[in-house]
Design a binder for this molecule. Structure first.
Ligand code: UD1
Ligand code: CA
Length: 464
């Protein structure tokens, strides 16, 4: 059973490093997992664990990292990247004499659970230890600091890979890079850390040996799975972390009553809400503040960003951003709903239909091959195949209004600004440039002519 402390605790998130192996012009911790930057995953996990204040140590491209932090987090600059002990020391002033538990978290480990952070704190406080260290048994320990245990099970010291003897390098328990310290003990020990090691860096891990030499306790908390501690140093690890996070989020929704034919092909952002009995078909991305109501079926091949889907909707092969679908609305296959697209109850945006900044009224249908922009369509309207709003004159956008019950024949151009009255009928193939009154027929196309026998004569003249 996980424990949780009642006392206030602080966090220091380390995010100053370069991330050279990402081969990116962006700082490493600014890379996204399911729409959220790495450093935000860590900061949010700390906040969810009840930790406050949170200080983030930034350095390399610090403006870009600072811009990703919530207002509640204080950013401090580490001037020279002299090692993890130096990084933690640069947060001292910002913590302003804070007493009690201080957790230190790596800004590049997005999979850390809030419960694990809470446990590091609770175990330290219960054991009255100077420090608790999260440890793990990764499939390949190469590169990690090794945990040297004392006979009584306490952590005696941590040896970095590059400083390890053959015997130490053979140890399989590794430092995950997450700790909880007693604040006073931490900052006192940091003063004693030197750079007398293979990398010439100030190692935070050296504080463990310093505590033990003082006779203080250092406890280990063993991670349930090494995956939780996966650090992102390369694009391959970014993909691994993304897959792991997507699987974790998918599992949570399945546990809440959401069906997925293939959860490995479903990517759901952390802030998405999905009601029960929703069915997600393969290749679905739900991102941002997207909401999906009960009994809706989404996919296959669908991406919804910041989109609200009501109950009992069908959304098939659709891309939508900042769109709203009320209960029973349907989209696709192959609909493109752009910001401000609003399908009212039971409305339909069908095949190869693009809708922008427009309301489609209750039960109204735009079933095939249409572009609807800056339009207000009333209830029970049918917009025939291939009809479009000509909303742009090259300089400005203009509105189209279609009244309740109107019938727009196929291939109608509605040259905005224009209003089509209630229950009006527009003849197929019309180019409507003037308003059409309620209950009227609007016809705007060349009159058909017929020339008797023309085709037969034409055939005769072209025959060899
Ligand atoms: C560190 C640990 C190692 C552990 C591993 C787990 C030390 C000395 N070693 O090694 O025992 O197994 O994490 O992943 O701490 N950073 C700064 N400023 C600096 C240096 C680093 O902010 O001057 C930040 C980095 O951006 C990163 C974190 O600290 O987020 C860890 O630093 P890194 O150099 O990656 O340490 P490791 O060699 O991985
Ligand atoms: Ca690292």
């Amino acid at each position: 059973m996980r424990e949780r402390s009642q006392r206030p605790s602080a966090a220091i998130v380390l995010a100053a490093g370069k991330g050279t192996r990402m081969k990116s012009k962006k700082p490493k911790v600014a890379h996204d997992i399911l729409g959220k930057p790495l450093v935000r995953w860590v900061v949010d996990a700390a906040a969810e664990a009840g930790v406050d204040p949170i200080v983030c140590v930034v350095g390399h491209q610090r403006e870009q990292v600072e811009a990703l932090l919530p207002a509640s987090v204080t950013a401090v600059e580490q001037k020279a990247l002299a090692g993890t002990a130096d990084a933690v020391a640069s947060a001292k002033e910002a913590l302003g004499g804070f007493e009690g538990s201080v957790v230190v978290l790596s800004g590049d480990c997005p999979l850390i659970h809030p419960e694990t952070i809470a446990e590091l704190i609770a175990v330290r406080e219960r054991a009255q230890a100077a420090c608790t260290v999260l440890t793990m048994e990764p499939p390949d320990p190469f590169g990690y600091g090794r945990i040297v245990r004392a006979a009584d099970g306490q952590v005696e010291r941590i040896v970095e890979q590059k400083d390890a003897t053959l015997e130490e390098a053979a140890l399989t328990e590794c430092n995950a890079g997450f700790y909880c310290f007693d604040a006073q003990a931490l900052f006192a020990a940091l003063d004693q850390v030197d750079a007398n090691n293979a990398q010439g860096e100030l190692y935070l891990t050296d504080t463990i040996g310093i505590f033990r030499a003082q006779g203080a306790r250092v406890e280990a908390v063993v991670a349930d799975a090494a995956l939780e501690c996966l650090g992102v140093n390369s694009r391959v690890q970014l993909a691994e972390a993304t897959a792991a996070m997507a699987a974790r989020i998918a599992r949570r929704h399945m546990d809440n009553g959401v069906s997925m034919m293939d959860p490995t092909s479903v990517w759901i952002g952390p802030d998405v809400r999905i009601e029960r009995d929703v069915e997600l078909l393969p290749n679905v991305m739900l991102l941002g503040e997207t909401v999906v109501g009960e009994d809706s079926v989404i996919g296959p091949n669908t991406r919804l960003i910041d989109t609200q889907v009501g109950r009992g909707c069908t959304v098939e092969e659709t891309v939508a951003r900042e769109a709203v679908l009320e209960d029973g609305a349907t989209a696709g296959p192959r609909a493109y709903l752009r910001p401000g697209a609003h399908l009212c109850e039971g409305a339909k945006a069908g095949t190869h239909v693009e809708i922008k900044k427009s309301t489609v009224g209750p039960r109204s249908k735009v079933p095939h091959l249409s572009y609807i922009g800056d339009a207000t369509i009333g209830a029970d309207v049918n917009v025939g195949a291939g009809s479009i709003t000509c909303n742009y004159d090259g300089q400005k956008k203009h509105p189209t209004v279609i009244g309740d019950g109107a019938f727009i024949g196929s291939d109608t151009m509605m040259v905005a600004p224009v209003t089509i009255g209630e229950n009006a009928v527009i003849a197929a193939g019309s180019c409507i440039t003037r308003d059409v009154a309620a209950d009227a027929l609007g016809v705007a196309r060349a009159r058909q002519t017929e020339i008797d026998d023309w085709a037969r004569k034409h055939r005769a003249t072209t025959r060899d």
